[in-house]
Write a protein that binds this ligand. Sequence first.
Ligand code: ZN
Ligand code: ZN
Length: 420
Amino acid sequence: MRGMGDEARSLAESVLVRDRAAREAAVAAHQQALHRFPELAFEEHRTADYVEQALRSLGLEPKRGVVGTGLIVELPAAGTGPTVLVRADMDGLPIEEHAGHDPRSEHAGRMHACGHDGHMAIVLGIAHAVCRSGLEQALPGRLLLLFQPAEEGGAASPSGAQRIVASGLLDQERVDYVLGLHLWSYLPLGQVIIPDGTVMASSDEFRIVLRGGGGHAAVPHQASDVVLAASELVVTLQSIVAREVDPVRPAVVSVGTLHAGTAPNVLPERAELTGTLRAPDAPTRELLRRRVAEIARAVAGTRGLTVDVELGLGYPPTVNDAQVAARVRDAVRPVFGEGVLSGPPTMASEDFACYLEQRPGAFCLLGMQDPAAGAIHAHHSPQFVIAPRALPLGVELLLRGALALIEPGAGPIEGDARER
Ligand SMILES: [Zn+2]
Ligand SMILES: [Zn+2]
């Protein structure tokens, strides 16, 4: 006999228990296949063909052409409950993969070094689980699977998520909740972090160019000195985090490049600095952006220089809805037990943030550090490999989380607990 509390969980478990061995083999095979042909942002044509074929073999009819190379598919369900969008990112990176890997990228200079091949395999595993469960008619709400191009963007052009939000897809598909994960090599296998608020930081880039008259190094009083001003600027920018950001909020200002001058006895006319800003929430992000520009202008002013400041707009902070996060943590505790954590956040960034600005949802970090499988290397390293054991855990995590959000009786999630 099951108690009342087991009813909701029993649907997820019933779905997951059927065809388990075949599903786990399929998920492993999908990751290995996708790993062989990584493609860069908005070039994921072969990847999209593969994903479409895998979904069609389950009897599904995915829609292609989501902001170019993306796909979306609705899983069969009879219920009229909430709609949950589960997202996988599709793109690889411009990295030459380590020669000893098997499977290894067959595209020279391209590599799935962030784990997005694993994310796609996991979400295909959700499709497999639902379609082979015989329980589609028991699903109380809609599950949409989104395969999103171009997560590895930057400030230069809009990413896949930024374009999808701008396209109005969340409204057209009547999405109530969004759910996603990242395999996380910095966390041991079997742990999962689902914070109540900030999961990841915003990431913006800046470029500052100082210009002055320059002159002979022997007569500095007749010249203007961009090198001195640039040096003051590097030091003064650090005072933003040290003296202006709330000390309990993590924030980073980093100057990554500094270029000026051609000779020891010449005061140059131009100095250029570039760097990045990372913040855990929108107000801190705005503070960093505003103060970098103000300090650059002030330092230039005191030295009689002109200054150009460019602030690129990168990804916003990734901020979970506290109630959704709590519900997903409860749903996955039967699998991860004490491994379910609510923090800490990381200063990396993610374009899933754009969905979370629009809808309540949760982004989960799934530990995949597994020394026995060689899964010890950082994301974006040529040595990066996914721990095979993490893949079925990813299916458990996202499917249990998604079903918990469309459960009848769980009630709507009230208000909007997101930190903005
Ligand atoms: Zn990445
Ligand atoms: Zn990634």
